[in-house]
Design a protein around this ligand. Structure first.
Ligand code: UD1
Length: 425
C-alpha cells in the first residue's frame, strides 16, 4: 500500500483547480443504468470509488469507456440486476445503484452494506422508500432482494432524516414510476441538484431539487445525455484548510463558492482573510489561527460532516479551545487518536470534540483511518515540524485525485512512496 511522506512547515501559496465532485458523479453514474443509450459524463474525477462504480456498471451489462476526465457509459445492453458481494465491499455507497437497477429491470439484488469506518451506514430509509414505490423486499443469505412485479408506482415519501443517498435513490427510481412522487424532508445538498440536472437532461421531470420538497412526474423511459459534473466542494474546502493551517495564501479556481457557504464564516472567525468571486475563493491565513465558536455538522446548507475531520486538524493549532460537534455519523473521530500522535490536544466525548490548540505539531508515523480522516492527517502533516509518514493512503484515494500533485503545486514538500518502496513521479 502507498504511503505519503510530508516534510511539514512549508507555507502553501498559489492557485489550483479541484476535480469533479465524487458525491455527484457516483449517483450520476448509477443513474446511467436507467437512461438507455450512450451517456457522456465530463469532469469525472479519477478516484478509486469511481473505478468501483464503473466496474459495477460493467457487471450490469453497460459498456464503459474512459478518456481522462470523460467517461462514456452505454447502458443500452443492461441485462444484470445483481451487484456482487465483492463490488459492494469495494464501494460502500453502491446502494446508490438500487433505484436505477429497479427502475430499469424491475428487480435488484445486493448485499447489506454493513458497517464502515465512520459508522453503521444503515439503509432502512432506502429500503422503506423502495417498498413505498412498489417493491417487495426480502433478505436471504445476507443478500437483499427487491422485486416490483407490477412496475414502480409513485408515492409520497416522507424521510425521517434528509438522507442524501435515500433522496437520490428515490429521485432516480421515481423518474420512471407511474404517477407523481413527492419527497418530503429531502436532502438539499448541491449533489442532489446536479443529479436532478443530469436526470432532467435524460428526459426526467424533476422539480424542486435543492429544496426539501422534490416532485417527480414519472415518464415512460429516459434517454442518454451529456453532462458535466459540478466541482467537488469537499475537496475545495479541504485544500483551503490546508492553506489555512500553513499560514498560506491559497486560491481555489473554477468552483461554485456558494457550495462552501458554511465554511467561509468559520475560516473568517479563525482569522483568515477570505475573498470570493463568482468562480473562486482565496484565503490568506494569519501567522496564528484563532479558535472558533462551536461548529456543528448538519445536513446542507449546514457545516458538512465531510469537512469535520480536516477542520479538526486545522483547529488543533489554533490559539485557544474550539469545540466541534458531529451530528451526522456516530464514529467520525477516528482521526483524533492519530492527530494526538502528532502532538494535538483533543478530547472526544460522544459526538463532541474539544480541541485545545497547541502552538505546533510534530511529525510522526500515522495511519489514515478513513477518507476524510486521512486527509485531516495530511493537513496536520503539512503544518507539523519534521517528517510525517501517512499510511492507509488507499482511503484518501477514494476521494482525492492525485493530492500530492496539487499540494506540491502549492509548494508542499510531499511525495508518494509506492508499496515496492519507489517514489511515484
Ligand atoms: C453521503 C455522502 C457522504 C456524506 C453524507 C452526509 C455520497 C456518496 N456520500 O453519504 O460523503 O458524508 O452523504 O452528507 O454522496 N442513515 C440511516 N438510514 C438510511 C440512510 C442513512 O440511518 O437508510 C443515516 C446514516 O447512518 C447517517 C445519516 O443518516 O447517520 C446521513 O446519511 P446519508 O445522508 O444517507 O449519507 P450517505 O448518502 O450515505
Amino acid at each position: 500500500m502507498d504511503k505519503l511522506i510530508i516534510n511539514g512547515s512549508k507555507r502553501l501559496t498559489g492557485e489550483i483547480e479541484v476535480h469533479g465532485s465524487k458525491n455527484s458523479v457516483l449517483p450520476i453514474l448509477a443513474a446511467c443504468v436507467l437512461s438507455q443509450g450512450e451517456n457522456i459524463i465530463h469532469n469525472c474525477p479519477m478516484l478509486s470509488d469511481v473505478d468501483a462504480a464503473l466496474k459495477i456498471l460493467v457487471e450490469l451489462g453497460c459498456k464503459v469507456k474512459r478518456e481522462e476526465h470523460t467517461v462514456c457509459v452505454d447502458s443500452s445492453g443492461v441485462n444484470g440486476f445483481e451487484i456482487s458481494d465483492s463490488l459492494m465491499r469495494e464501494m460502500r455507497s453502491s446502494v446508490i445503484f438500487l433505484g436505477a437497477i429497479l427502475g430499469r429491470t424491475g428487480k435488484a439484488v445486493l448485499s447489506t452494506p454493513g458497517g464502515c469506518e465512520i459508522g453503521l451506514r444503515p439503509i432502512d430509509m432506502h429500503i422503506s422508500a423502495m417498498e413505498q414505490l412498489g417493491a417487495e423486499v426480502f433478505e436471504e443469505h445476507g443478500r437483499l432482494h427487491f422485486e416490483c412485479k407490477n412496475g414502480l408506482h409513485a408515492a409520497r415519501v416522507i424521510l425521517p432524516f434528509p438522507s442524501v443517498g435515500a433522496t437520490e435513490n428515490i429521485m432516480i427510481a421515481s423518474c420512471v414510476a407511474k404517477g407523481t412522487t413527492v419527497i418530503t424532508n429531502a436532502a438539499r445538498e448541491p449533489e442532489i441538484s446536479d443529479l436532478a440536472d443530469f436526470l432532467n437532461g435524460c428526459g426526467a421531470k424533476i422539480h424542486g431539487a435543492g429544496d426539501s420538497t422534490i416532485i417527480i412526474d414519472g415518464v415512460e423511459k429516459l434517454t442518454a445525455t451529456t453532462h458535466t459534473v459540478i466541482p467537488d466542494r469537499i475537496a475545495a474546502s479541504t485544500y483551503l484548510l490546508a492553506g489555512a493551517i500553513t499560514h498560506g495564501r491559497v486560491c481555489i479556481k473554477e468552483i461554485i463558492p456558494a457550495h462552501l457557504g458554511a465554511l467561509i464564516p468559520v475560516l473568517k472567525q479563525s482569522g483568515c482573510d477570505v475573498s470570493v468571486s463568482n468562480r473562486w475563493i482565496c484565503i490568506s491565513s494569519p501567522p496564528r489561527l484563532s479558535r472558533v465558536k462551536t461548529v456543528r455538522t448538519m445536513p446542507y446548507p449546514g457545516f458538512p460532516t465531510d469537512v469535520q475531520a480536516p477542520l479538526t486538524a486545522m483547529l488543533s493549532v489554533a490559539d485557544g479551545t474550539s469545540v466541534v460537534v458531529e451530528n451526522i455519523f456516530e464514529c467520525r473521530y477516528k482521526h483524533v487518536s492519530e492527530l494526538i500522535r502528532l502532538g494535538a490536544k483533543i478530547n472526544v466525548e460522544g459526538r463532541t470534540a474539544v480541541i485545545e490548540g497547541v502552538p505546533y505539531l510534530t511529525g510522526a508515523s500515522v495511519v489514515s483511518p478513513d477518507l476524510r480522516g486521512g486527509f485531516a492527517l495530511v493537513i496536520a502533516g503539512l503544518a507539523a515540524k519534521g517528517e510525517t509518514v501517512i499510511s492507509g493512503v488507499e482511503h484518501i484515494d477514494r476521494g482525492y485525485e492525485n493530492p500530492e500533485k496539487l499540494l506540491s503545486l502549492l509548494g508542499a514538500d510531499i511525495k508518494r512512496i509506492k508499496e515496492n518502496g519507489t517514489e511515484k513521479k
